[in-house]
Write a protein that binds this ligand. Structure first.
Ligand code: G3P
Ligand code: CA
Length: 308
């Protein structure tokens, strides 16, 4: 007669199969971070300089960020450019510098000033030189930093730019960065699961991060993470959804956790103590200092998680 414990075990397996839960698979990002909490410079050092500009990226690297982050949009003439918004209105200034990115050519975007908006918004941090900043293409970014830095690239609104994923991989290839994308020195992120799955279908060795919108109350976090663990190595949740329990649940599924966007020192400390693997921040300098003060933290996948 089977024991009650065996009954429970079999019942749990049957339930997992019925709801489509795969057992945890080996995962993990393989980057040798400078601490065990990865510092992801969100849009560059965007707390101190206009986002996604050379000024912001250079500054992030002087702060020894582990990654510099990019949001990708596509122009009317099909060039991948690094801009967060679908429109020019918030971050570009100049004649004609309004409206949708995909209704402007690269030449039109290049005529816009990408720094003055920051001086207007934060005069205490503003610099006259920021007015000379220009929209960057992904090619220009790679030409500047080559394989000397780690990139964290988001396909933004990919449903409006069909083919963006293939174009991104071709750009990596042009700059000999495909290997870096296999090794976790280039991470590819998106809120769009179809976009990530498309890239995984093109190259199973890519290291992918599923961004998550703020979860609704009562969300079934376990089921969500189960589903992500089938095609990605990491999750990028809203910082408000992340606590020690969330991190444990993700790690149990071999998923790394990189919440966005953590700018308060108190929250940086809390997350580091809770065992976070990294975080997006506008202030890489603050996070670097905090990690130095804290010393080694616990951020770690479950034993047995290895790269898949
Ligand atoms: O990519 C992580 C974080 O940047 C997501 O939010 O809107 O800043 O791209 P957003
Ligand atoms: Ca982003």
């Amino acid at each position: 007669m089977p024991s009650p414990a065996l009954h429970r075990h079999v019942a749990a397996l049957l339930l997992a199969a019925a709801i489509g839960c795969a057992p945890p698979r080996p995962a993990g990002l393989t980057v040798p971070y400078t601490s065990n909490v990865a510092i992801v410079a969100h849009r560059g050092a965007s707390g101190w300089a206009p986002e996604h500009t050379i000024a912001a990226y250079d500054l992030a690297l002087t702060f020894r960020a582990d990654f510099i982050e990019q949001d990708l949009q596509r122009t009317k003439d099909s060039v991948l450019v690094i801009l967060h918004d679908e429109t020019l209105d918030r971050t570009l200034r100049g004649p004609g510098c309004q409206g949708r990115v995909n209704e402007h050519t690269l030449a039109e975007l290049k005529a816009c000033d990408a720094g003055t908006w920051f001086n207007e918004r934060s005069p205490e941090k503003g610099r006259r030189a920021f007015a000379n900043e220009r929209v960057l293409t992904l090619d220009e970014l790679f030409e500047r930093y080559r394989d000397t830095v780690r990139y964290y690239i988001e396909t933004k609104n990919p449903e409006d730019a069909p083919g963006m994923e293939r174009q991104l991989l071709e750009t990596l290839d042009r700059h000999l960065l495909r290997g870096a994308a296999h090794e976790g020195r280039v991470l590819l992120q998106s809120f769009s699961a179809p976009s990530l799955k498309l890239m995984r279908g093109m190259d199973r060795s890519l290291q992918l991060v599923q961004l998550m919108e703020k979860l609704p109350a009562g969300a079934n976090v376990g089921a969500l993470l189960d589903s992500v663990a089938r095609y990605a190595q990491a999750v990028g949740p809203n910082r408000l959804d992340v606590d020690a329990a969330f991190i444990r649940m993700a790690h149990a599924r071999c998923l790394i956790v990189h919440p966005y966007t953590v700018n308060s020192e108190e929250e940086m400390r809390r997350l580091a103590r809770d065992g976070i693997d990294g975080m997006f921040t506008d202030y890489a300098d603050k996070l670097r200092k905090i990690l130095q003060d804290l010393g080694p933290t616990r951020g770690a996948l479950a034993p047995g998680c290895a790269r898949r």
